[in-house]
Ligand binder design. Structure first.
Ligand code: HEC
Ligand code: HEC
Ligand code: HEC
Ligand code: HEC
Ligand code: HEC
Ligand code: HEC
Ligand code: HEC
Ligand code: HEC
Length: 412
C-alpha cells in the first residue's frame, strides 16, 4: 500500500517536472532567461529617468532584439576594457561608446568587421596612417595592402579641419581608431538603440554614405530594376528575418546588404564587404583584386539564388568590358597633365591648377560612376553620368593643355 503511494507520487512528480521542463523550453527565451537582479535594476532605473526626458531612446531600445533578450542599458553603457567610466546616478557608465561595447557579445562579427575596409582603411583614406597605431596599420595592410599605410589625403590640408570634421569624417569615422584600442563603430548601420538587422538591410542606410557623384551607389540602385522592385514590394518583404536564417522567401528582391553582406539561403553572412568584390572599382585604374576568382564566385552565388547563370554571366562580361574601356580612357586622360608636368609647363602643388580638377573629376566622378553603374544595373550612370562627361572632359583637357602650352611658349 505504502509502496504503491510512494511509487505513484514519484511517477506523478517526475511527469510534472518533465512537462514543466518541456513547457518551459517551448516558451520564448526572453521569458525563460530571467534577467538577473542587476539588469532589472539597471534598465528599470535608466529607463525611468530617460523615458521622460528622451522617450525616443528608450522606445527604440524597447523595440530591439536586445530588450527581448534582456540585454540591459548597462550591458552596453558599462565601461568596456580600457574605457573610463563616469558616476551617473548611482551607476558607472560611459557616454562615448565604441565597437568595444558590442564586442564582448559579438566578438566574431567584430573580427570580420576589423578585416573589412569599413574599419581602419576607411579612416586611412582621409587621415592616412596618422592616428592609427603601427599594429592597427599592419593588421589592415595584411588584408588591404597599400590602403592603410598611406599619407593623409591632400584635401586634409587644402580644405582644413572643419571640412574634415563635419564632412569626410562623418562617413569615414565608421572605421575611426578609438581610445580603448578598438576600431570603428557598429551603429553606423544598426543605429544606437534599435540594433536592427532590418534597418541595416535598408538601402537608405548604406546610402547615407554611398551617395553623390563620386560613389553613386544609392542613386544607381534606385534606378535599377532591383531598386524599383524594392520600392514597390518592400512592405511584403520580411526585413526582420534573423541573419542566419534569411532566405529568398523573406527577401526575393535584393538590397545593398543582400548582395554585399547577407547569407541568403544558407550562404555565409559577412561583415567584410570585400569578400564578394573582384575589382578595385574606386581606383583611377581598376585592377583585379588578389582574390578575384573566389570573390566573383561568391557574388555570383548570391545572384544565383534569384537568377540563372546566363543572365549573371552576361551582366559580368558586359561590366568587365566597361572596366577595360574605362581604364584606357583614364590612362589617356592622365597622360595629358602628366606630360605638362614632365615638360615643366604644369608646376606647383596638386590642386592649384584648373587642369588638375578636370582630370580629378574625370576619374573620380565619371570613370568610377560608369564602372559602378555597369555592375549594379544603372544604365543612365554608365552613359549620362559616365561615358558622356568623360568624352566632354577629354576635349576640355586637350583644350586646357593647348592653352597652357601657348601661354608657356609666350612666357619664354
Ligand atoms: C535619476 C535619473 C537618471 C538615471 C537613473 C539615469 N540617468 Fe542617464 N541621464 C540623466 C540626465 C538628467 C541626463 C542629462 C540629460 C541632458 O543632458 O539633457 C543623463 C544623461 C545620460 C547620458 C549622456 C551623458 C553624456 O555625458 O553625454 C547617458 C549615456 C545616460 N544618461 C545613460 C544612462 C544609463 C545607461 C543609465 C542607467 C545605468 C542612466 N543613464 C540612469 C538622468 C538619469
Ligand atoms: C546596444 C547597446 C546599447 C543599449 C542596450 C543602450 N544603449 Fe544607449 N547608447 C548606445 C550607443 C552606441 C550610444 C552612442 C554613444 C556615443 O555617442 O558614443 C548611446 C547613447 C545613449 C545616450 C545619449 C544619446 C543622445 O542622443 O544624447 C543616452 C541618454 C542613452 N544611450 C541611454 C540609454 C538607455 C536609457 C538605455 C536603456 C533603455 C540604453 N541607452 C541602452 C548603445 C546602447
Ligand atoms: C550583453 C551582450 C550584448 C551586447 C553588449 C550587445 N549585444 Fe547585440 N545581441 C545580443 C543578444 C543576446 C542578441 C540576440 C540574440 C542574437 O541575435 O544573437 C543580440 C542581437 C544583436 C543584433 C541582431 C538583432 C536582430 O534583429 O536580429 C544586432 C544587429 C546587434 N545585436 C548589434 C549590437 C551592437 C551594434 C552592439 C553594441 C552597440 C551590441 N549588439 C551589443 C547581445 C549583446
Ligand atoms: C557622404 C559620405 C562621404 C564623405 C563626406 C566622404 N567620403 Fe570618401 N568615401 C565614401 C564612400 C562610401 C567610399 C567608398 C567608395 C567605393 O568604394 O566605391 C569612399 C571612398 C573614398 C576613397 C577611396 C577608397 C580608398 O580607401 O582609397 C578615398 C581616398 C576617400 N573616400 C577620401 C575621402 C576624403 C579625403 C573625404 C573628404 C575630403 C571624403 N572621402 C569624404 C564616403 C564619403
Ligand atoms: C558611415 C558611412 C557608411 C555606411 C553607413 C556604409 N558604408 Fe560602406 N563604405 C564606407 C566607406 C567610407 C568606404 C570606403 C572605405 C575605403 O576603402 O576607404 C566603404 C566601402 C564599402 C564597400 C567597398 C569595400 C571594398 O572592399 O572596396 C562596400 C561594398 C560597402 N562599403 C558596402 C556597404 C553596405 C552594403 C552598406 C550598408 C549595409 C554600407 N557600406 C554602409 C562608408 C559607409
Ligand atoms: C556596413 C554596415 C554594418 C556595420 C558597420 C555593422 N553591421 Fe552588423 N549587420 C549589417 C547587416 C546588413 C546585417 C544583416 C545581414 C543579413 O542581411 O543577414 C548585420 C547583421 C548583424 C548581426 C546579426 C548577425 C547574426 O549572425 O546573427 C549582428 C549581431 C551584428 N550585425 C552586429 C554588428 C556589430 C557588433 C558590428 C560592429 C563590429 C556591426 N554589426 C557592424 C550591417 C552592418
Ligand atoms: C544585385 C546586387 C547588388 C546590389 C543590390 C548592390 N550591389 Fe554593390 N556591387 C555589386 C557588384 C556585382 C559589384 C562589383 C563587384 C566586383 O568588383 O566584382 C558591386 C560594387 C560595389 C561597390 C564598389 C566597390 C569598389 O570596388 O569600388 C560598392 C561600394 C558597392 N557595390 C556598394 C553598394 C551599395 C551601397 C548598394 C546599395 C545602395 C549596392 N552596392 C547594391 C552588386 C550589388
Ligand atoms: C534576392 C533576389 C535577387 C538577387 C540576389 C539578385 N537579383 Fe537581380 N533581380 C531580382 C528581381 C526580383 C528582378 C526583377 C525581375 C523581373 O523583372 O522579373 C531582378 C532583375 C535583374 C536584372 C534586370 C533584368 C531585366 O532584363 O529586366 C538584372 C540584369 C539583374 N537582376 C542582375 C542581377 C545580378 C548581376 C545579381 C547579382 C550581382 C542579381 N541580379 C541579384 C532579384 C534578385
Amino acid at each position: 500500500m505504502a509502496f504503491r503511494n510512494v511509487f505513484i507520487a514519484i511517477v506523478v512528480g517526475f511527469a510534472l517536472i518533465v512537462s514543466a521542463f518541456l513547457l518551459n523550453r517551448a516558451r520564448p527565451r526572453a521569458q525563460t532567461e530571467q534577467a538577473n537582479a542587476a539588469s532589472v535594476r539597471a534598465s528599470g532605473k535608466c529607463a525611468e529617468c530617460h523615458y521622460r526626458q528622451q522617450y525616443s531612446i528608450v522606445h527604440e531600445y524597447e523595440l530591439s532584439a536586445h530588450a527581448a533578450h534582456n540585454v540591459s542599458c548597462l550591458d552596453c553603457h558599462q565601461p568596456a576594457p580600457n574605457q573610463h567610466g563616469q558616476e551617473h546616478h548611482g551607476f558607472t557608465i560611459v557616454a562615448k561608446l565604441t565597437a568595444g561595447n558590442c564586442r564582448a557579445c559579438h566578438e566574431s562579427i567584430y573580427q570580420e568587421f576589423l578585416r573589412s575596409r569599413h574599419a581602419a582603411v576607411s579612416w586611412a583614406a582621409v587621415y592616412g596612417a596618422k592616428g592609427l597605431t603601427p599594429e592597427e596599420v599592419a593588421y589592415a595592410e595584411k588584408f588591404h595592402p597599400g590602403y592603410a599605410n598611406r599619407p593623409p589625403h591632400p584635401f586634409t590640408t587644402l580644405e582644413g579641419t572643419s571640412a574634415m570634421t563635419s564632412g569626410c569624417e562623418q562617413c569615414h569615422s565608421v572605421g575611426r581608431p578609438n581610445a580603448d584600442g578598438t576600431i570603428g563603430s557598429c551603429t553606423a548601420c544598426h543605429t544606437r538603440h534599435t540594433s536592427s538587422v532590418a534597418i541595416a538591410r535598408e538601402p537608405r542606410t548604406c546610402g547615407q554614405c554611398h551617395m553623390g557623384p563620386d560613389h553613386s551607389q544609392i542613386e544607381i540602385y534606385e534606378e535599377s530594376k532591383h531598386g524599383v522592385m524594392f520600392n514597390a514590394q518592400e512592405a511584403m518583404l520580411n526585413l526582420n528575418a534573423p541573419a542566419r536564417q534569411l532566405t529568398t522567401r523573406d527577401m526575393w528582391v535584393p538590397t545593398c546588404a543582400t548582395c554585399h553582406m547577407s547569407g541568403l539561403n544558407g550562404n555565409k553572412v559577412t561583415h567584410d564587404t570585400s569578400e564578394r568584390l573582384s575589382y578595385y572599382l574606386a581606383d583611377p585604374i581598376t585592377k583585379k583584386r588578389p582574390n578575384y576568382e573566389m570573390a566573383q564566385a561568391n557574388m555570383k552565388e548570391i545572384c544565383n539564388q534569384c537568377h540563372t547563370r546566363s543572365l549573371i554571366d552576361r551582366v559580368y562580361s558586359q561590366a568587365e568590358q566597361v572596366v577595360s574601356v574605362t581604364n584606357q580612357r583614364v590612362t589617356e586622360a592622365k597622360a595629358i597633365p602628366d606630360a605638362l608636368r614632365a615638360q615643366g609647363i604644369l608646376t606647383g602643388k596638386p590642386f592649384t591648377s584648373r587642369i588638375d580638377f578636370v582630370y580629378f573629376d574625370f576619374w573620380h566622378y565619371d570613370a568610377r560612376t560608369a564602372k559602378h553603374g555597369a555592375f549594379m544595373g544603372g544604365a543612365d550612370f554608365v552613359q549620362w553620368h559616365g561615358n558622356y562627361p568623360m568624352l566632354n572632359k577629354m576635349v576640355e583637357l586637350e583644350y586646357l593643355a593647348g592653352q597652357m602650352r601657348m601661354e608657356h611658349g609666350r612666357g619664354h
